[in-house]
Design a protein around this ligand. Structure first.
Ligand code: 0WD
Length: 260
């Protein structure tokens, strides 16, 4: 019989959540869920322009740490993890919810993608997660869980997703390799694949409203997902009860991906 009271959910866990741009961000759904289950949550913001949108959210979840993080700025990732080490000395959960591709490349064919555009999209959307795992490893002394956000367009050709498809495919593969490498230390690594949600980053995808309509009509649940649906599922994967689940690409899409 499982003693629910002994299920520590996320009580006392230390979490770092990156990629919150505003209260529509998927990362915000994760931060709220982690806090609701008892974790202490540190959050990052992209730059001074983003800070006024993120600061009130940090207050809402009593975030003890609020740090600037632009993964393109040399050393900022290391500084963020130094702050975590100094304040907490450890880390249990880390969410990477960061992606970017230059508009002219994102809105063009993959065939036409520029070298710089590809490298920048890979650096921000994929390499930064690999680096986050490297920096998390020494802090996750009693195990932990790392999460990144991916999309179905990595597996199937989704109109207008373009260069982000190959970038997310690389991210999902890196997730599996890192799950294999970090598993012996009790560190799990997952790629979370939400269905489409109306966020700032999504506004860069041409005809996104068409994608939303198709998702709603085709998914078995006949419903779009919310950032809270994603957050609660990620929080579950962060709990000790999920410690033997790792390396997954978990679809939180109302079942959309199972339909031809
Ligand atoms: O339908 C969607 N919205 C889906 C998004 C479906 C499936 C997956 N995703 C993924 C995205 O690819 C991304 O990896 O979820 C992740 C988060 O995206 P989001 O929550 O949809 O969008 P948004 O609220 O824009 O968060 C992305 C954030 C940036 O926000 P803006 O809007 O300012 O680009 O990523 C952050 C930033 O906060 N970000 C960076 N953070 C650090 N360094 C950088 C950077 N260089 N660039 C973007």
């Amino acid at each position: 019989m499982i003693d629910v009271a002994s299920l520590n959910l996320l009580k006392g866990k230390k979490a770092l959540v990156t990629g919150i741009a505003n209260d529509q961000s998927i990362a915000w759904g994760c931060a709220k869920a982690f806090r609701a289950f008892g974790a202490d949550v540190a959050i990052t913001y992209l730059n001074d322009r983003a800070k006024p949108y993120v600061e009130p959210l940090a207050k809402e979840i009593d975030a003890p740490i609020l740090i600037p993080l632009d993964v393109q700025q040399e050393g900022q990732l290391e500084q963020a993890f130094e702050k975590i080490k100094k304040e907490w000395g450890r880390l249990d959960l880390c969410v990477h919810s960061i992606a970017f591709a230059p508009k002219e490349d994102l809105q063009g064919r993959v065939v036409d993608c520029s070298k710089d555009g590809f490298l920048r999209a890979m650096e921000i959307s994929c390499w930064s997660f690999i680096r986050m795992a490297k920096l998390s490893e020494p802090l996750m002394k009693s195990g932990g869980a790392l999460f990144t956000m991916t999309y179905y367009g990595s597996q199937m050709v989704v109109e207008h997703y373009n260069i982000m498809g190959p970038v997310k495919a690389a991210l999902e593969s890196a997730t599996r390799y890192m799950a294999a490498e970090l598993g012996p230390k009790g560190i799990r690594v997952h790629a979370i694949s939400p269905g489409p949600l109306k966020t700032r980053a999504a506004s860069g995808i041409t005809e996104f409203d068409k994608l939303l309509k198709k998702a709603q009509s085709k998914a078995p649940s006949r419903s779009l997902v919310s950032i809270d649906d994603v957050g609660v599922a990620v929080a579950f994967l962060g709990m000790d009860g999920a410690k033997l689940i790792t390396g997954e690409t978990l679809y939180i899409d109302g079942g959309y991906h199972i339909i031809d």
